[in-house]
Design a protein around this ligand. Structure first.
Ligand SMILES: Nc1ncnc2c1ncn2[C@@H]1O[C@H](COP(=O)(O)OP(=O)(O)OP(=O)(O)O)[C@@H](O)[C@H]1O
Length: 779
């Protein structure tokens, strides 16, 4: 058992405002401290230059420039190592909204180097598994989101979610030993890093998709990504099981400050309530004589019960923002951390015996004991008594009962089957009041040859058994085939990295439509890539709108950057793959030369009839050296290629996620615009003019030729941009309706900005051309 207090670390979020309200004091031996210097309030018109100082000790404080790698190495690695050794571990991030919890736990969506604790942990675990051949490891993953005190399974593989309520609700159950079980939370086996990352991606995508502007679930929900690790030494019946929870808590800010109302206030109450219950648990745990700890008050504290004051190595990362306006919240986060640091956990090695191996072992033991018994008694015992044995015993029992001698005994020998039978017989006789008629009172539960099924029934049962056996054989052979196919595929992947990567390159760089790209997961070999329904074919207006929306979306630069980076990485991987293949061929050639040389030398010895020379052959030595060098280079290049493959996979997931986000944002924006257009508009001069001129759509085409009003609308760049980028003055499309004949562009509302107006006019003309070319405007 390891007794340890919860380890606390602080991470300061980078800011570009030069503020001197905090300082970090690094003291290698005794951790480090984070100090806030807060100006005292102006009092009675006097400027009080004195500053209030608040200092907090942490195991280590990671200042603004700290890299994700440092965070993983210093904070997460020790916890992951202890999970590998069989101890439970928890890492949770706590801090106000926007202070960097998600960035720390999951990572940023922009760069590969921004990978957070979860992807790095997965990478580290699988690297460890491949290096450590002394144990067999299996991993399983679950991903739980708690929102308004209700749990949701983020890894439900049945369908992609479009709202949080589409996801299965998870409930808590407690067994008599007070162990918590989560009903409806799916657990997924993950055989390698790629599968595990796909699960993380699926969960994060479900989390993002289920979120609406009203429900910024990432801010208002708690997320717990759990990795279950099981290890066993080959041949041993002892299993080590550990759980590693990686937790991204909801924002810890106070309700009053955020100025919430309505639904948001209800949500905030839940968050604050669950964080309040977390605080209560922590206060109770830090008080020495408290016997009752109020874990049951909220789902989050129930799920994390082991992590707080239980069997777990727990670490907290307090994320703080040092902007002046956030200093109060940052101080409160640090205060919370100081309390957490008082909690002692007692982590135990989670060892258990594998039940299947125990059964095998017990069966062997029974067999041995049977054999010993047969040797001692000199008789081989069947499981059931034979009919003649039963008849003999019934006679013995009858004689025993009939004999008036009170000292008479019933001698059955050291055979438990006979003893049990006699007791049952006696009981049956007593109950039926037929003492003396032993033969008529056979106990119902005793199996004899007479209890065997009738021959017809026996045949039926045998036939059924045969049928089942056949079914099982067919299923097993199907399973084997599938397994072999999967193995062959994996071997191909490992052997021909370049080919694999090239094909992926083609896929990712294809210019598919957004809907097609989003639906790509359906054909993909990745089992857990989110599967989204391919939507109906987009109308032309919507396609155009999407193109503009995508161009002006805040993530478009990141998407383009990542695409370019991906292309570059593919090229590097291709070059490395060729290098690997080249080295492999050179090694084979050198081996052949070595073989030939050795044969030549052996032939010379045989022909010459003399002893083999003692001194080594310099040519042979040179060939061996060359082979060694080539092998070294092969290993280095191959491991670089492997690293590159992981990076490429990660970048592809980032891209995929950005695309899903773009798609979601566009759908939401489009729905808002549609809603706006469906609202009755006040009659304006323009509308009246439009009516007198005949109905035309907003781009000048007569409305009778256009798609239905709501669908035929295409936003101007400014409208799309303003929504996509969250501008303060979004112009709804409904207000941009333009009327007038196709050639008359004077009705187009312009913004006054030359560049934007040029764009608008070019766009309108292009659309008109397109419509006239496709004949739509004439129909
Ligand atoms: N250390 C950091 N380096 C660079 N960017 C960061 C860092 N920490 C946070 N950010 C950025 O700040 C923004 C907010 O961070 P993040 O979403 O992680 O906050 P959060 O605490 O999880 O907020 P919420 O409670 O809303 O989930 C993100 O754009 C993120 O990329």
């Amino acid at each position: 058992m390891v007794k340890q207090t919860i380890q606390i670390f602080a991470r300061v979020k980078p800011t570009n405002k030069a503020a001197s309200i905090y300082s970090v004091d690094e003291d290698e031996q005794d951790g480090s401290s984070l100090e806030f210097l807060v100006p005292r309030d102006l009092a009675d018109g006097f400027v009080n230059n004195k500053k209030e100082s608040y200092s907090f000790r942490f195991q280590k404080v990671f200042d603004q420039m700290s890299k994700q790698e440092e965070i993983f190495d210093n904070i997460a690695k020790p916890v992951v190592d202890s999970a590998l050794a069989g101890y439970n571990g928890t890492i949770f991030a706590y801090g106000q909204t926007g202070s960097g919890k998600t960035f720390t736990i999951t990572g940023g969506a922009k760069r590969y180097s921004d990978r957070g604790v979860i992807p790095r942990t997965l990478s580290y675990l699988y690297q460890h598994f491949s290096r450590d051949s002394s144990k067999m490891y299996t991993t399983q993953i679950s991903y739980l989101e708690i929102y308004n005190d209700v749990g949701y399974d983020l890894l439900d593989p049945r369908h992609g979610a479009s709202a949080l309520d589409d996801l299965p609700k998870v409930t808590i159950m407690e067994d008599p030993d007070q162990n918590i079980h989560l009903r409806n939370l799916s657990i997924h086996q993950s055989g390698n890093e790629e599968e595990a990352l796909n699960l993380l991606f699926l969960g994060d995508t479900n989390r993002m998709i289920a979120e609406t502007p009203m429900n910024q679930a990432s801010t208002r929900s708690h997320c717990i990504f759990t990795i279950h690790v099981c290890s066993r030494e080959p041949g041993s019946a002892t299993l080590r099981r550990s759980k590693l929870h990686l937790v991204d808590l909801a924002g810890s800010e106070r309700v009053a400050k955020t100025g919430m109302g309505g639904q948001l206030l209800t949500e905030a109450k839940y968050i604050n309530l669950s964080l309040h219950y977390l605080e209560q648990v922590i206060i109770a745990l830090s008080e020495k004589n408290r016997s009752h700890i109020p874990y049951r008050n909220s789902m989050m504290t129930s799920v994390l019960r082991d992590s707080l004051g239980g069997n777990c190595m727990t670490t907290m990362i307090a994320t703080v923002s040092v902007d002046k306006r956030n200093v109060e919240e940052s101080i409160s986060t640090c205060r919370f951390a100081q309390r957490v640091a008082l909690i002692k956990n007692e982590a135990q090695l989670n060892e258990e015996l594998d039940p299947t191996l125990v059964i095998v072992r017990l069966k062997k033991e029974i067999q041995l004991l049977r054999e010993e018994l047969a040797m001692v008694t000199g008789e081989q015992r069947a499981e059931q008594l034979a009919e003649d044995e039963i008849q003999k015993m019934e006679g013995q029992v009858k004689a025993f009962l009939d004999d008036p001698d009170p000292d008479i005994t019933l001698d059955l020998g050291p055979d438990m089957r006979k003893i049990h039978y006699c007791f049952s017989l006696l009981k049956a006789m007593v109950r039926s009041g037929q003492a003396g008629a032993a033969g008529h009172c056979r106990p119902p539960s005793v199996g004899t040859a007479e209890d065997s099924p009738a021959p017809g029934e026996l045949k039926k049962l045998k036939d059924m058994l045969q049928q089942r056996d056949n079914e099982i054989s067919i299923l097993v052979s199907m399973l084997k085939k599938e397994k072999k196919r999967a193995q062959d595929f994996a071997t191909q992947l490992a052997q021909v990295p370049t080919a694999h990567l090239q094909s992926q390159n083609t896929m990712s760089s294809s210019q598919a439509t957004p809907e097609l790209e989003a639906g790509r997961g359906q054909d993909s070999a990745q089992p857990y890539a989110p599967r989204r329904q391919r939507g109906p074919e987009l109308s032309m207006g919507r396609k155009e709108a999407f193109a503009i929306f995508r161009r002006d979306h805040e993530d478009s630069v990141t998407i383009e950057d990542n695409k370019a980076l991906l292309k570059q990485r593919f090229a590097e991987a291709k070059a490395l793959g060729e290098q690997v293949n080249g080295t492999r061929s050179r090694v084979n050639e050198l081996k052949q030369l070595l073989e030939q040389r050795r044969m030549q030398r052996a032939a010379q010895v045989v022909m010459g009839g003399h002893e083999a020379p003692e001194e080594p052959d310099p040519i042979e030595e040179k060939l061996c050296r060359q082979i060694e060098e080539e092998k070294k280079s092969y290993k280095t290049t191959f491991s670089r290629l492997k690293g590159l493959k992981t990076e490429i996979e990660h970048l592809q997931l980032l891209l995929e996620r950005a695309k899903v986000k773009l798609q979601r944002d566009f759908s939401q924006w489009w729905a808002r615009e549609e809603a706006c257009l469906q609202e009755p508009e006040p009659e304006s001069e323009d509308t009246a003019a439009g009516q007198s001129l005949g109905q035309h759509d907003q781009w000048g085409a007569p409305s009778s030729t256009a798609l239905p009003p709501a669908r035929s609308v295409t936003p101007t760049r400014s409208a799309a941009t303003s929504h996509a980028l969250g501008s303060r003055d979004p112009t709804p499309l409904s207000q941009l309706r333009v009327l007038g004949p196709p050639s008359d562009l004077s009705f187009i509302p312009l913004t006054g900005d030359q560049k934007t107006d040029d764009d608008i006019m070019a766009f309108v003309r292009a659309r008109q051309n397109l419509l006239s070319r496709t004949g739509l405007s004439q129909k």
